[in-house]
Ligand binder design. Sequence first.
Ligand code: PEP
Ligand code: MG
Length: 320
Amino acid sequence: ARRAATCAPPTAGALADGTAVPLLANLGKPEDATAARELGAEGVGLFRTEFLFLNSAEAPTVADQQAAYETLLSGFAGCKVVVRVLDAGADKPLAFLNDDTEENPALGLRGIRVLRAREQILRDQLTALAQADAATTERGEGAELWVMAPMVATVEETEYFTSLARELGIKTPGVMVEVPSCALLADRVLQVADFASIGTNDLTQYTLAADRLLGSVASFQDPWHPAVLRLVKEVGAAGRDAGKPVGICGEAAADPLLAVVLVGLGATSLSMSPSALADVRMSLSGHSLDDARAIAEAALAANDAASARAAAQAAASRTT
Ligand code: PEP
Ligand code: MG
């Protein structure tokens, strides 16, 4: 193998006291890597792999997947790249995988559940990722590949995914925390998984029991809700106790003030659409970790999302 590449991002996310908070990109296509790096992404915190499976009557081959993953990894050579295995179902239905007669697809066979029912698809994806990791590393253009499963609800699913991923050559397997049961048992989940990444879009949907696609309940889909923040705090504390990273990869991380709150609750990195990186970087740089914790406590003490935001705003203006 050639000498490993170094990441060297142009800027790095940090709090006012110097605490590093890596700012990563949410990407849906390998070709988006260049633009994300130009906007200052320090790595990829969520690579959605659904694009490989769309408009297709069956799963892509291992070789086709491997080529796409190599493009992604070499585009972020030396950096951390977190890839999510296929998240099919609910808001991301796939004709050949999902049962369109389910009455409640968000509560149905989606994410890790459908992969488990069709395990060869998961095995192929993990194999393609491990091979892409080995091939890019061999060429000296490898990234630090982490791989996570969506929609994990139980410790047992965490054991299933991480052991299969390790068996197939993935060095750092983790889980997305998108279901309240997973957040509530995060201490046990993190005894098994190497990292957690909180998907605040689904975590909000499931905490408030409001379909994220349904306009009539859209007002519930607000990650500022203190019930959501409390779950984030639970996961952050579990990560600190276990000495394992807890990232955020839902839309919440792109809100500059909420980003400060999430760090105050224990998030160790934030991933967002690249266009949000500059504003979040600026916002974090205005607050120390102690400030962030105080701002988070103010938000947690509120009764609803709007009051949490207002309380955080007031606390933030006191601490800057
Ligand atoms: C989430 O649920 O917050 C998430 C990042 O995943 P997606 O939006 O793709 O479901
Ligand atoms: Mg999700």
